[in-house]
Structure formats: structure tokens, C-alpha cells
Design a protein. Sequence first.
Length: 314
Amino acid sequence: MTAEAASMAPEAPSSVAFSNPQALTDDLYRDSPLSIRPLTTHMGVEVIGAGQVKGTPEWLRRTLNFLWMEHGVLLFRDLDFNEADQVAFSRMFGEQEVHGRLELNSREHPELLYLTNRKDLGLPEIATQSNELDWHSDQTYLPRPALGSFLYAVEVPPSGGNTYWADMRTAYDRLPEETKARIDGTIAIHDYDKVNKSYGGAANDFQKSRTSLCERHPLVRTHPLTLRRTLYLAPRMMTRIEGMDEAESETLFTQLEAAATADDLVYRHNWRAGDAVLWDNARVMHRRDAFSADTIRFMRRTTIRPPVEISVPF
Ligand code: OGA
Ligand code: MN
């Protein structure tokens, strides 16, 4: 090659890639070991291959954080996580929250909350419930609600106990313009007592000392990370809208819940042991079916806080 020709040739990104074509496929353009499968048309994907990755490398952290925000719900199957594995995996998504129900947390790893009807773990009665859990988003009674929840199935009953997630972002997009105009800028009151009355588990002293357990949140939020307008509902926790009486508020909640739980906006998961689901509480709400109290269901949850600078809903 003449000096002139060489100076006109496009710059090679790497001499290795050009001198060894094999290296190009092996190193520079290697496929991710992960793949995704949609769970519904609008929300949720199964992430295939994450359980085979050793540790929590930076590329995995980046990919999963992107998918979580993009899809709202991530399903992982065939994991074999002990408690330390679950905490390490969950840390990829942000700061871990120790749940205020200290009596339900793992002794060795307090970041883990036990949701189970097992009677041999010394947990108080509230954990042993096997009844339905109605639509909610986690910890909306706190001033800084959880951004993420990561639920891992240790043991599942032969039937029942399915969990459902509903896409409040697509639900908002679909609302008639008059409804959007009516609810934009309104504030809902989220009261822990309301939900506790139906489950029979009063707040403990630690929870009471930390916050009022009754918070105001906008009914429509701009999601702090995706910047998409999104309904922010916890119908069984919300008592009313500021400036509206309870009856009018309840009618509105029922209407918005119906919009958010349209068949095509809901993913239903039938659990196998070793499954885990990570969801974005600022985009989806969830609920759980009842299951027979004679069968065992044992789930462990970690909870992910939003970065402090963006945690105040707006
Ligand atoms: C939760 C929750 C539902 C379930 O972990 O926040 O609501 O299926 N769990 O156990
Ligand atoms: Mn929940």
C-alpha cells in the first residue's frame, strides 16, 4: 500500500480485528449469553440465561437494569439461590431496604423478608396468612416507597398462590383525555391502617416510630427513571383523594383499577420453586391469589430503594 492509500483507508477500530477475522466474532461481536421472551404485549419479559452467569459482572448489571426499566417486570427461572446469592443479585439494582416488619426478616440477612405460611420459622401470625393479597404497589405508605421488589420462590404450593402484575403506564396512556385532565395533579392518601384492617396485622413499634404510615402521593407520577407518565395506585391502601370525599374517591379508584387491570395489561405468574420476579413498583402494581392453608408457600423478598435524589414522587 502506498503512503497515500494508507492515509485514505478507514481507520481500523483495532488492529487485532483486522489481522485476525476470528477474533472479530469471538471477542468484539460476541453475543450476550442472555435472551428475552415477552410475557405480555405491553409489559414484562422472561430473562433467559442469567442464572448461568458467575457473580454479578458489570455487563450483567447494566443489561438487567436496562431491561427492568424498559419492561417493568423481569422473570428469571431455574435459579438456585441461597440467601446470600439473592442479596448479591438484588444489590445490582440498588440500595437494599431492610423491611420495617423486622420480625419477618431473615436473621442472617435482614434485607430478606419472608413471606410464608411455614410455622417452623418462629414468625408471627401475619406471615402465616394464605389468603388473597389485593392489588397494591409496595410500601406506598412510606414517604420514600420501594422502587423495586425481587421475589424468589423457595417452595410453592401445588395450586393457588399465583401472582399478577398490572401495567399502570400503558393504562395511563390509554385513559381518555378528560380522565387524564381530571387526575393529573391530584394527590392520594395512602394509609397503612386501611390495608392492615383487612389482613389483621397491626404495624409494629419500629414502623410507627419511623413514619406516620400515612403518606400523600400523586395519583399520576412521572416515573423517576423512565420519565413516563404513570398511574400510581395501591387501591386497598388509598383512602381518598385530597379535595374529594371518600365516596367520590372510591368510585375513581375503582374506575382506575379497572383500567389498569384490563386483561391485556396483566401478567399472571404460576410459580415454580427457583423462580424469581423483579418488578418496578413505580410502573406496575401486583396482587396474589389465595392458596390452601394446608400447603406450604415460602417466598423471600428483597426490596430496592430508589436513589435518594429521585425518590420523592412528582
Ligand atoms: C410482595 C407481594 C405477593 C406474593 O412480595 O410484595 O405482594 O405472591 N407478594 O407473595
Ligand atoms: Mn407486595
